[in-house]
Design a protein around this ligand. Structure first.
Ligand SMILES: [Zn+2]
Length: 222
């Protein structure tokens, strides 16, 4: 499958995934990204029929309200856990006190049309648990070509890195991470999926990322 990446300010990614019924948008990038995203969909000549959010951080949900206004028919999907953060409910679940909610949670007016859970399918995408960066982060595995939309479980700016430990070349995602040991477990679990391609929230798409992921896990554990 061709990959359709929209990058804002060289830092923040959203993706368009082609399906039989139209396009799935993965994340909405920063506020005021709606024009760039809608233009990318227009170039593909297909409508955005659903918006899936990997997690509720500001740089992934920023253009949600504007896109929802432009595309009122499109479904809006997020995990039940991060749906609460999207609604600016910052209460923790039992056991979550082990971490601290870090990073920007500006919230959105838009309510999800439904929540999604690991194991479900969204079109061709398999929903995969990816907690750690936020408590309810999700990744998405395209079952057609094993592209893994890994959200902020990995970043590839300055090289493939987990968000389990601050990486000096690009420390931001790790600094915004709720619980580093959980993020490390997620990084390992995503590696076990054997992705053919890694499409992160921050940084370029990496083909055949297996060896780089193993290295990043080792660095994240050290
Ligand atoms: Zn994030």
């Amino acid at each position: 499958m061709p990959i359709h990446q929209i990058t804002r300010f060289g830092l923040v990614n959203a993706y368009l995934v082609e399906e039989d019924d139209g396009l799935t948008l993965i994340d909405t990038a920063l506020p005021r990204s709606e024009k760039a995203i809608l233009a990318a969909a227009e170039r593909l000549g297909r409508p955005i029929v659903r918006i899936v959010l990997t997690h509720a951080h500001q740089d992934h949900i920023g253009a949600l309200d504007a896109l929802h206004a432009a595309l009122p028919e499109a479904e809006v999907l997020i995990s039940a856990r991060d749906a609460r953060l999207l609604a600016k409910d910052m209460t923790l679940d039992p056991g979550e006190e082990k971490g601290k909610l870090r990073g920007g949670y500006a919230g959105a007016e838009t309510k999800p049309t439904r929540t999604i859970a690991p194991g479900e399918r969204v079109g061709s995408l398999e929903v995969v648990a990816a907690p750690g960066h936020t408590p309810g982060q999700l990744a998405f595995l395209d079952t057609r070509d094993r592209t893994l939309y890994c959200a902020d479980a990995y970043a590839t700016l300055g090289g493939v890195a987990t968000t389990a430990k601050r990486y000096w070349r690009f420390p931001l995602p790790a600094s915004a991470t709720w619980h580093h040991p959980t993020a490390l477990e997620t990084a390992k679990a995503l590696r076990e999926l054997g992705p053919a391609r890694l499409a992160p929230g921050h940084g370029k798409v990496v083909e055949e990322p297996g060896a780089a992921m193993v290295k990043a896990i080792a660095r994240g554990s050290a």
